[in-house]
Each structure stands twice: as structure tokens, then as C-alpha cells.
Write a protein that binds this ligand. Sequence first.
Ligand code: 1CP
Length: 354
Amino acid sequence: PTESLEGRVTTTEQATSVFLDAARGASTPRAPIWLMRQAGRYLPEYRALKERHSFWEMCRTPEIAAEVTLQPLRRFPMDAAIIFSDIMTPLPPMGVPVDFAPGPTIREPVRTADDVARLAVPPGAEIAPFVADAIRLAREQSPVPVIGFAGAPLTVAGYAVQGAGSADYADFRTWLRREPLVAHDLLDKLAAVTAAYLREQIAAGAEAVQLFDSWAGIHDRRTYATFGMPYARRVLDELAGAGVPRIYLAVGASHLYPQIARLPAEVVSVDWRQPLDVSRAALPGKVMQGNLDPTVLLADEEAVVAAGRQVLVDGLGGPHIFNLGHGVLPGTPPANVARLVDLVHEYPRDTGKA
Ligand code: 1CP
């Protein structure tokens, strides 16, 4: 064991982790907590690095990516770290350049059968070796498990075809109707690359993986059944033997829970639109991750405590990993994050039934 951040003891084996216990479905004396986008623009130390380096430079330099991964752990005793990267990372090695402004922009969106035929499917080790290196470095210094991640095929395809983030992805949804065969070819390639990429992250030391299907919820059930679920399933299936918990995230997707319930993921990350106990009932056997509304962290401490307690109570019906329903918003006061982490750590699950 070596002394690490905040004097907490760590071993490379991560002998005990309340996060991993909960992710594997064990009942834990308290809920573990980590936050999506816990590294990022709301932290002054992140903004300081960002002044000197572009987003891609930060992702592609393992020392910087590992440093940014660890920044939130120096402030808050989170129970897990998520490697600093982006869901766009596998696109450039496939032949699709991506800029950040600050959201992803793709100057030449993927649209035609030729565009898709030209896409490369690089072997795992060649997709993003800098991410594997960053995971190794972060693991050496992190007192808690490091989570690897990737975007789900349908969500990454949304950016690749639309050309940028969008409130409704109207061009992408139209394209799925016009070009279903091309869409299947694109999703097929994305699924192969995503599975290989996640396997590399696990080999480098990621102790859990999260598949971000952030925009799954904009699709109707039939479209998700055709273009979403089968490709998410393929990625998750390919990780079945890897021995790490798989987390699947979808936002605004309660209409898809009958399908998501059958995905081979141990954990489902759910948003704030309905209470955790309601989502849990629709996702039998799944560990719940979530689901505080990120705007609560923009309000005051009283709001954080009241809404945070409600999430804890709603989560008592089974294994629960505390998180937000979506990422930390820029402008979030770090003091509110600190208060939330303390609240979750001090709330006993065994005697906590209100
Ligand atoms: O200027 C900057 O600082 C860049 C902002 C930024 C950051 C900090 C982007 C651009 N990406 C990231 C890091 C990032 N992205 C992480 C690691 C940090 C952490 O979680 O602590 C992760 C997990 C992501 C994943 C990601 N990127 C998702 C899935 C999660 C979600 O929010 O649903 C999505 C949809 C993206 C796309 C993306 N990249 C960046 C932005 C601002 C966005 C979303 C907005 C858009 O669609 O335009």
C-alpha cells in the first residue's frame, strides 16, 4: 500500500471499494458517489490547464488527462474517478476529424454509403493508445477505482451524422428513415470499434466501464429497437467476460426501459425525470445509478441537502450508486459538490429508512 491523495491508503489491487461492491449488486452500508463530468469547466484548476492546452491536447497527453482525472479527487472524497476523455475519441482514428468549440463539431458529417465504406475499423491497440496510458497513470495515483467509458453507437452516430450536438437531432432522425441500410453499416462499424476500445481500457486497468447513450431518449421505441438497443447490446456482450461491471446511461429514456432492462449491463444510470424507486421498478435486477438533477448543484446548500436526501431515500430499495442524472454543469460552485459528497457519505443505508 502507498499513501496517496488525502492520505488515503491505496493498493493497485483496490482491495475494497464501496463503488465496486454496489456496482456488482451488493448492499453497501452507504451509497458510493461519483459525478458525471466531475472533472471539467466548473473547477478553476481545470480552467487553468484549459487556458494553456486545447481539449484534444489534454485528452491526447496522458499526463494531462490523468491529472485532470485526479483533480476532483483532491477536492472531494469521491468513490470513483472517470478517465478524462470524450465520447468522440474513437472518431478521428476511424477517419472522422472532430473539433471542440466547446461541444464537438464535425466539418464533414458522415452521410453517404461511400462515407461509411471509407471509415476505418482500427484494431483496439490503435484506436486511442493515449487513453490506455492515461488510465495506467491515473490508476497508479488514484485511491479509488478508475472508470473507463465510451459513447454508445447510436449516440456517437448522432454526432457523426448531424455534425454537432443538437436539441432534437432532426437531420440524424430523418437520415435514419432515408438511409436505414447505410445507418446499419455505420452502427456496425461503431459497435466493433467501441467494443475493442473498451476492451483496451479494461486491459489498461479500468475497473468499471460506462456506455454513454446520452441521446437514446430522443428516439421512439421502434427506432431504438432497430438502431439503438442491438448495437449497445453487442458492445456490452463483447465485454461480458472482462470481469468488470458495465454501466449503461440513457437520458430521458424511461419509455425505453422495457428494452434497457434486457441489456447485459449490471448498472443503469437514470435521470431525474422520475424518482429512483419508480425507475428501479421498471428495471428489475439492475443496480441504480443517479439521479440528482444537475441544476440542484447550481442552487444553494439548502436545496442540495433537501434534494440530495430525497434521492438517497428513493434509492434505498436496492443497490444504489449516487450520481447526477446527467453531467455537472459549468458554473456549479465546488462548495455545493463538497456538501453533496458529505451528505451522501454520512447517510447510513441500513438505518436510513425515513
Ligand atoms: O472546453 C472544454 O473544456 C471542453 C468541455 C468538455 C469536457 C470537459 C467536452 C466537450 N468533453 C469533456 C469531457 C468529458 N466528456 C468526459 C470526462 C470528464 C468527466 O466526466 O469527469 C466525459 C465522460 C465526456 C462524455 C461526453 N461527451 C458525453 C456523454 C456524457 C453526457 O454528457 O451525456 C457527451 C454527450 C459528450 C459530447 C460533448 N463533448 C464536449 C461537450 C461540451 C459535449 C456535450 C455537448 C454537445 O453535445 O455539444
